[in-house]
Each structure stands twice: as structure tokens, then as C-alpha cells.
Design a protein around this ligand. Structure first.
Ligand SMILES: [Zn+2]
Length: 184
């Protein structure tokens, strides 16, 4: 498979690799990674090899469940409502297998980026407050809820305390899928 890099435009510089994994109680997944040999551009996704129902997982975070595995597909919406944090799927969304701590680090990085680019002091201060709140979660001093919602049911939080439930039709309609849908 020879593809040109969408970032540096060099010819046939992309390497495509896949890795399959079996997740207990979940099934087989395939992680695909596209990587540019020249500029380091990387895009990954998780493909679930079984059809699933629309599902939501939620977990009240504590310092004892930071290692709980999180599977995030391209169509996943991740949120921590108490902090007003939400990542919705878009064309640039990536799927990955991580854990709660890894997800918090990604939120942390996103908030830091927003803080750096913000022009108003109010937004910068608000970002600083959220960063503090994220740190407090890691030492068990902030009990917030991580919610993973996926209309294709490919995502999950693996932990005994995680609450799993099927999404209803209204909730599915409100979730973005990360795919462009052309309305008639
Ligand atoms: Zn490149």
C-alpha cells in the first residue's frame, strides 16, 4: 500500500500497520496506525470487529481507578461534565487504547493548548483552574465522572465500578459520529 503523506506531501512515505487485540468481555479489536516515515505524521484508529449496540460507560474517577483501561474509537464522545470538558468526534478524531490517566493527560494537553492560544485573561484563568482540577482528580481529591459514549458501541471503560448502559434514541441523535452526513 503506497500513499502520499497528507502533511508533508512526500510520495509513498506512509506506512500502514495493524495490530489485533482481544479485550475481555468486549471482543476482538484492530488498531490501525498510519505513520509518515519522513515527517512523523501519525493517525490511529480502533476498529471493532464485531457489531455492537450504542453504549455509554461512566466511571466516578478516583486515584485507585486511574489504570482502568479505556478504549476510544473514532466515533466516541468523551466528557467530564463536572469540569465542562468534552471531546467530540470530528474528521481528525483518533481511536486509541489507553487508561483513565492517559485520557486525563490528553484533556490536560488540550486545555494547555487552549490556554496558550487564548487571548483573554479570563479564558487563561479558567484554563488554569481546570488544570488544577485535573491534578486533583489524580490524587483522589476530586470525584468527577468520566463518560464515554459511542453510537457504534465500539468504546468502553473496563473497570468493575464502570456503569454500562444502552443509549436511547434521543441521546444517539445528540452524539456526533465523526462522519460527515449529507442531509437531503
Ligand atoms: Zn509526511
Amino acid at each position: 500500500m503506497k500513499i502520499d503523506c497528507p502533511v508533508c506531501k512526500r510520495k509513498s512515505s506512509l506506512e500502514f500497520t495493524t495490530k489485533t487485540d482481544n479485550i475481555p468481555f468486549f471482543g476482538d479489536i484492530m488498531e490501525s496506525v498510519i505513520k509518515c516515515q519522513e515527517c512523523g505524521y501519525r493517525h490511529s484508529d480502533i476498529i471493532c470487529l464485531e457489531r455492537k449496540d450504542p453504549m455509554q460507560y461512566s466511571l466516578v474517577l478516583d486515584k485507585d481507578n486511574l489504570k482502568a483501561r479505556v478504549i476510544k474509537s473514532q466515533s466516541t464522545t468523551l466528557s467530564i461534565p463536572e469540569l465542562g470538558l468534552k471531546v467530540e468526534p470530528g474528521p481528525q478524531s483518533q481511536g486509541y487504547v489507553s487508561n483513565v490517566e492517559g485520557v486525563l493527560n490528553r484533556f490536560n494537553d488540550a486545555v494547555k493548548t487552549a490556554q496558550n492560544f487564548a487571548e483573554s485573561k479570563k479564558i487563561k484563568d479558567n484554563a488554569a483552574k481546570i488544570l488544577e482540577e485535573i491534578e486533583k482528580i489524580k490524587i483522589g481529591k476530586n470525584k468527577v465522572t468520566l463518560i464515554v459514549g459511542d453510537p457504534f458501541g465500539h468504546s468502553m471503560i473496563i473497570h468493575k465500578d464502570a456503569i454500562k448502559r444502552e443509549l436511547n434514541e434521543d441521546e444517539i441523535k445528540k452524539l456526533k459520529t465523526g462522519f460527515n452526513i449529507i442531509a437531503n
